[in-house]
Design a protein around this ligand. Structure first.
Ligand SMILES: *[C@@H]1O[C@H](CO)[C@@H](O)[C@H](O)[C@H]1NC(C)=O
Ligand SMILES: *[C@@H]1O[C@H](CO)[C@@H](O)[C@H](O)[C@H]1NC(C)=O
Ligand SMILES: *[C@@H]1O[C@H](CO)[C@@H](O)[C@H](O)[C@H]1NC(C)=O
Ligand SMILES: *[C@@H]1O[C@H](CO)[C@@H](O)[C@H](O)[C@H]1NC(C)=O
Ligand SMILES: *[C@@H]1O[C@H](CO)[C@@H](O)[C@H](O)[C@H]1NC(C)=O
Length: 415
């Protein structure tokens, strides 16, 4: 008992016990972590069906699932997104795990205290499930939907470890949350590095071309400071493909408004009339793939505007190795990072880009949100602004729902 090795061992045991007792459980001392199981035994989960449709509809549906989980005081089990566009054949939906597109840990870090994503491995009793059938159809009103959700936050449903939503996909759920709650979720969505590096490649290519052009001009004229980082570009989300044109004409009829569809010529004219745009400048055209064969979209832009799409930029191979969802995410990122963004207020893609850009402005405390003098200005080409240009556009962060963004509107929160 008095041997030196024994004393050493005893000392170590005592030291370890003291550490266990006294170190706060949040400490990074790895051996002392609380067993995650004991945390999760208290956790309750919400499971939702695979999320479908376009990238931005998927983002909205995902946010809606998160906010539903928040309402039920539950952790959202990481859902599957869909890599391909939604067609009638369910087989073609190609599920892709959320964490193949967005960073899982980063999401939880940024959204901590608001919503949490969990993994299926955290569920300790996979049999302890209650299936929640959401209603649908015209008689399933927004009030009924909310009432049902509230009901499921209470006894006896709150006892189940998992509530599994079955039936229609979450994008079709009713909207019960203000824009700022959605914005909070979008802020937590960060692309995985593999995808953001692809966006870097595209943006670098755009900037290289812009810089060359500006250097060439600066030799002739005065003072254009050409550095790659500071070389600006415009991104235009140009919706003129046939499907869209049919859809927007119908929408114009149904809503009895004339400012939804914009022709190629109108878009070019309005972008060319943005007051104060410093030329020469690259105009990146985010267009549907079938328009890449249509060279006329590259002709007719005003002087100093250098139109490029993925093909002319020489980055088609960067996109083509990815499924639809990722390609769309890369284009979204290129539009988001642009110095000037021009889109259509009836497009979910455009609207979410503008929402995120408005958030960026708010995060750096910009009071004014509209016009070229601000950082990250956006414009709507389907609405006429001053001097025949597009109308300045910012998201209304105090909107009571996401309705305007998910279904389109011509309210732009700028005068
Ligand atoms: C744990 O480590 C991470 C990164 O290593 C750090 O950001 C965090 O603040 C640490 N937490 C504590 C409680 O020390
Ligand atoms: C939410 O759930 C946690 C544990 O999962 C519990 O401690 C907390 O009281 C719940 N809050 C509400 C408002 O039900
Ligand atoms: C060009 O850039 C340099 C260094 O970044 C700066 O000092 C200079 O003022 C700039 N010139 C103009 C005309 O913006
Ligand atoms: C459509 O709007 C115009 C003016 O904006 C109005 O004169 C017309 O009555 C409206 N038509 C319908 C069917 O509401
Ligand atoms: C933003 O939305 C709120 C609520 O719908 C509305 O009262 C307000 O007038 C809107 N602000 C702008 C600038 O459109």
């Amino acid at each position: 008992m008095n041997s030196l090795p024994y004393k050493c061992a005893a000392f170590l045991v005592v030291a370890l016990m003291i550490k266990t007792l006294w170190l706060p459980s949040s400490s990074n001392f790895s051996g002392m972590r609380l067993n995650p199981k004991s945390d999760n035994e208290k956790s309750k989960f919400l499971e939702v069906p695979q999320i479908v449709w376009g990238l931005n509809n998927q983002k909205i549906a995902f946010a809606r699932a998160c906010l539903t989980a928040r309402l039920l005081n539950r952790t959202l089990l990481m859902p599957s997104l869909s890599a391909s566009l939604f067609y009638k054949e369910v087989i073609q939906l190609r599920p892709i795990s959320f964490d193949k597109v967005f960073q899982f840990e980063e999401f939880n870090a940024r959204c901590q205290g608001f919503v949490r994503l969990g993994r299926y491995s955290e569920v300790s009793d996979t049999g302890d499930v209650f299936e929640l059938q959401k209603g649908n159809g015209r008689r399933w009103t927004i009030e009924k939907d909310l009432e049902q959700l509230r009901e499921f936050g209470k006894a006896p449903y709150d006892e189940y470890q998992v509530i599994r939503v079955v039936g229609k996909n979450p994008f079709l759920w009713h909207d019960h949350w203000p824009t700022k709650d959605y914005a909070k979720i979008f802020e937590c969505l960060v692309l995985v590095e593999e995808i953001s590096l692809e966006a870097d490649k595209v943006v670098s290519k755009i900037k290289e071309i812009g810089m060359e052009e500006r250097s060439r001009v600066s030799r002739l004229q005065v003072n254009v400071n050409a550095t790659l980082q500071s070389t600006p570009y415009v991104a235009v989300h140009m919706r003129i493909e046939k499907d869209w044109m049919i859809h927007c004409k119908k929408l114009e009829q149904r809503l009895n408004v004339s400012e939804i569809c914009s022709s190629k010529e109108q878009i070019m004219r309005r972008v060319g009339s943005i007051v104060g745009l410093e030329t020469p400048i690259v105009v990146y055209l985010a267009v549907a793939d079938n328009l890449l064969e249509d060279n006329s979209i590259l002709e007719g832009w005003g002087e100093g505007l250098l139109p490029y799409e993925k093909k002319k930029l020489g980055v088609l191979d960067v996109y083509k190795k990815h499924p639809y969802l990722i390609q769309s995410a890369i284009d979204y990122e290129v539009c988001l990072r642009s110095d000037v963004f021009v889109g259509n207020t009836f497009s979910t893609f455009s609207s979410l880009v503008v929402l995120e850009r408005t958030q960026l402005m708010m995060s750096v405390g910009v009071a004014q949100r509209c016009g070229l003098d601000v950082r990250w200005p956006s414009y709507a080409y389907n609405l006429e602004g001053e001097s025949n240009g597009p109308r300045p556009w910012a998201a209304n962060m105090s909107d009571v729902s996401l309705q305007a963004i998910s279904y389109g509107s011509n309210r732009v929160s700028c005068w």
